[in-house]
Design a protein around this ligand. Sequence first.
Ligand code: NAP
Length: 311
Amino acid sequence: MTEVAAIGGYSDSERAAYAEIGAVFHDTLSDLLAAPEDERAGVRVVAYKHHQAFGAAEMDKLPALALIANYGVGYDAISIPDADARGVKVTNTPNVLNDDVADLAIAMLLMQARGLVQGDAWVRSGTWAKEGPPPLARKVSGSRAGVVGLGRIGREIADRLAALKLEVHYHSRSEKETPGWTYHADPVSLADAVDFLVVALVGGPETEHYVSREVIDALGPQGVIVNISRGSTIDEGAMLDALEQGGLAGAGLDVFQGEPKVDPRFLELDNVVLQPHVGSATHGTRADMGKLQRRNVTAFLAGDALETPVN
Ligand code: NAP
């Protein structure tokens, strides 16, 4: 009987590794839930590489479910209270992706401030030869940057900001030990103090619209937002209003509400850099995430301790 169901788009080598432990594959959670009852009844482990909501209704269709091994550090699609209520363990893939996600945050910050998308277009269109150099851009070093959520990824971002000679500020729920970065007890005070605001929070209901209209107003017309967390952490409507009306200077965004569909208002803006949720999307990091997910699955099947449990 099938014990492991692998959900989502796995690479050939990942599929081969799961095939070795007899996994069945489905593209989506809905596909697994639509499988015959005798297949669902045997599933103890779901290796999950998907963003579809996984809560009580879904768990109840998998009566033997005991582990959801998430591929990714963010597990906001999975309801932990519902998993707890059913004795289902959840694991994720922290740390192995910190560097890549932090690199992308810095890349978007620099792209936005230095107008790299516009510069590339300037060269390709022949405007450089016809009209001369493009308008001047914004100096990054020496500015003030704030990180919202000084967790694993937030800390890597802050280290990189410091290396780029920015003054580093941060907000977390409690003050952390840092090399002298300035702590702010609330996000409005942080936004008020900085030029660039980088969001590195967990997603989910508890952080929904944490970057509120008030935070955006405090960042102000010279402010730039970078978001690599989840689309839900920012009041997207308020951010779009500010970007359209000069209330913010710009944004660099890897994540969106309702992605992969993106609010068409973003597409009209020339002060934003938009990325299709690729924070961890390099060959090396994705392979490491897959290995960590599989180590959790095999540890569970062997009755060993889970390497990166969430609950
Ligand atoms: P982490 O170490 O758990 O840090 C999460 C941060 O969120 C911490 O600073 C924490 O605050 C804050 N936080 C958690 N619950 C909160 C709450 N209820 N209210 C306010 N703040 C709260 O997580 P991580 O490994 O750095 O990952 C952060 C997130 O990045 C992930 O959850 C995921 O959504 C996102 N991510 C995105 C990509 C991408 O491709 N763009 C890739 C990987 C991860 P404290 O410091 O106060 O504890």
